[in-house]
Ligand binder design. Structure first.
Ligand SMILES: C[S@@+](CC[C@H](N)C(=O)[O-])C[C@H]1O[C@@H](n2cnc3c(N)ncnc32)[C@H](O)[C@@H]1O
Length: 447
């Protein structure tokens, strides 16, 4: 019998038969008629799990599998000793084979699109047997993370948070960190007067470490195990202590006329696709989905430093036009600098929800043929989706890091006459629950 208010003593250990995977990096089980979300388990397994503290009145409970009685065929030995029950929360599927984890992610994408997006599986080609695609260069799901954010504990050790906790687990080595980041040894040296650290390892080979000092603290550039620029985050922005406050990222665009290589400036810990194979894989999927033609007009919402803006500009050519909209002033400035040789590309600094209606419904409204949007995790939402679809674009390509937000926005789109024509999913964050989708929406009934 579970006490009304549970603690973490042995009375909270229960045997659970694990059901389907659920969005969020856990699987569903039932206990005493209640749903339990179980971490570190896999569908079909029988496990002994520790229930997290909670109340009898809670709608659902959470648990962590501490012993596997009947393992799944997809279970493997975690590749990181720090992962697992109570350990580092950075990874969710270390205990699953890479292929098994991709199948779980595909299940989540499908389930969210059907349940929240009200999508008919049979009406979207390829969705019923969706496969999450590995990006080029990824074989074992390790050594990919080019951006890391560490907290620093009271003893000066850099670490990552436990799942659903502010507690830090010291992480001297991280097997999913990119070798360029790992080589700096940020997790193996003590940090004084620092509360957090951003580590950036760019495709150009440049590396940058940004320290967040404690209030009033003074940080000097530490010796690192490899060469890196070093900056501190102050009240008035980034202060350079060694080298530059930005890195260069390199991308190859595969165009009908051949491959074009471009470089981007990314200031500080500003947004850039984290997996080294992600920028090219996503750009290819976006351009394949949008098929921008010479002379067309395109809108790139949440455009960051201009990764998709540049690809769209190259495809629509000098007779076409692309407008990128980005709220972060540093990212928009980086984009202007990186795209200065593409006069058909224009960058607007502003929040999409504030500027979109003015652009599409104003006195000289923009009539985009193509809209690309890549919103943060919360998605675009009703106001943005309905405003952009009122402009009747030929095609909308939606890049989503959260399948639940994508599904909600797909449901909004279908309410105003756009249907999901295709979806691809990419394993940009192996070992974690995260999955990136590229969905194509076109006018028409979802039949
Ligand atoms: C997922 S990133 C995508 C960036 C870019 N598409 C890329 O792939 O490099 C989302 C971007 O949206 C920006 N952003 C977040 N909220 C925004 C808003 N309300 N309006 C405009 N941009 C926003 C962030 O600063 C970030 O650069």
């Amino acid at each position: 019998m579970i006490a009304a208010e549970r603690t973490t003593d042995d009375s909270s250990l229960v045997e659970l038969r694990i059901g389907a995977v659920a969005h969020g990096g856990h699987c569903v089980a039932r206990h005493e008629g209640r749903v339990v979300f179980v971490r570190h388990a896999l569908p079909g397994e029988l496990v002994r799990a520790r229930l997290a503290p909670g109340a009898a009145s809670d709608r659902f409970w959470r648990a962590d599998a501490v012993e596997v009685i009947e393992p799944s065929l997809d279970r493997v030995e975690p590749r990181c000793a720090l992962s697992g029950p109570g350990g580092c929360g950075g990874c969710d599927w270390q205990h699953a084979s890479v292929g098994g984890a991709r199948r779980l992610k595909a299940d989540v994408v499908r389930e969210q699109l059907v349940r929240l997006g009200r999508v008919d599986l049979a009406a979207v080609p390829g969705l019923a047997d969706l496969a999450v695609e590995a990006v080029p260069g990824d074989t074992d799901g390790l050594a990919w993370r080019t951006r890391m954010r560490f907290g620093v504990d009271a003893e000066g050790r850099a670490g990552l948070r436990r799942h659903r906790s502010h507690d830090l687990v010291p992480v001297p080595h991280c097997p999913i960190a990119h070798p360029g980041a790992e080589a700096l040894g940020v997790g193996t040296r003590p940090w004084r007067d620092v509360t957090a650290l951003d580590v950036v390892s760019a495709s150009s080979g440049e590396r940058l470490v940004i320290a967040q000092p404690v209030l009033g603290g003074r940080v000097s550039p530490p010796p690192l195990a490899a060469e890196a620029a070093f900056a501190v985050r102050g009240e008035s922005g980034l202060k350079r202590l060694r080298g530059r406050t930005w890195v260069t990222e390199e991308v190859a665009y595969r165009l009908p006329s051949g491959t074009v290589r471009r470089t981007f400036r990314v200031t500080g810990a500003g947004f850039w696709q984290v997996h080294p194979g992600a920028a090219e894989a996503l750009t290819g999927a976006v351009l394949d989905g949008a098929e921008p033609a010479p002379g067309e007009r395109a809108l790139d919402l949440y455009s960051g430093v201009g990764l998709f803006t540049a690809g769209l500009a190259l495809r629509v050519g000098a007779e076409g036009a692309v407008l990128g909209v980005e709220s972060d002033a540093h990212a928009a400035a980086d984009a202007r600098r990186s795209l200065h040789d593409l006069p058909q590309a224009e960058l607007l600094t502003g929040r999409v929800e504030r500027v979109l209606s003015g652009l599409l419904d104003g006195p000289s409204p923009l009539r985009p043929d193509v809209v690309v949007l890549d919103p943060p995790r919360a998605g675009a939402g009703r106001a943005v989706m309905t405003a952009l679809l009122r402009a009747l674009p030929r095609v909308v390509v939606y890049v989503a890091c959260d399948p639940a937000s994508l599904a909600r926005d797909v449901a909004i789109a279908s309410g105003v006459g756009y249907r999901l024509a295709s979806v691809r999913a990419f394993d940009l964050f192996p070992m974690t629950q995260h999955v990136e989708c590229v969905a194509v929406l076109v006018p028409g009934d979802p039949s």
